[in-house]
Design a binder for this molecule. Sequence first.
Ligand code: SAM
Length: 230
Amino acid sequence: MRVDVVSIFPSYFDGLELSLLGKARASGILELRVHDLRDWTSDRHRTVDDTPYGGGAGMVMKPEPWGLALDELTSDAGGDAPTIIFPSPAGEVFRQATARQLAVREHLIIGCGRYEGIDERVFEYAATLGEVRLMSLGDYVLNGGEVAAMAMIEAVGRLIPGVVGNPESLVEESHEDGLLEYPSYTKPSTWRERAVPDVLLSGNHGAIVSWRREQQIERTRTRRPDLLPE
Ligand code: SAM
């Protein structure tokens, strides 16, 4: 998979050179390219923002550098039209199911907004070049799209075959089957007077499966009842 990220703070993404995604990049499973939006400006100050039409607080990202960036990044991709993601608190909420959909795409482009966001016409123009999705990490406001983009890249990247060593570990996780994951324990069996539940030491596979399922349902009911059907 190829992922192009456009940001005015490319060094945010240095962390994606670490751990599993770093290995996936080194082995070529994930081709992640991070671009500085200012490289598509032409004035001396490399300006990417301007005052909003209609007045109001803050600045808005200018359309011209975004247009040039999108033209260039979509011109040499080949294959299917890319999915162009703009992180936005006003977008659809990014979920595990979204990560699954995106993990089978050949080419993602992620445009990170700053200030009050990006000129609305950029989204309309981007829709002529690929599938556009505005995506929110959750119902709160960040300073920029970089942290959201990193979360999305990690959630999508770990679903690409070969990135996580044991693919079974991906199936048993929270949100994969609509429920939260069951509690996990490791050695020692007693720690600071807290014992691991007996069933996990019983060797009875059927009983362990049932217990874990009950725990999933109970946890989801108490912590995230909104995930359960009516
Ligand atoms: N004025 C915008 C609004 O109220 O919808 C918020 C702009 S925010 C300060 C700047 C940028 O941060 C956005 O363009 C977006 O890229 C990113 N951002 C902020 N909150 C986000 C969230 N919850 N999910 C994804 N991206 C977010």
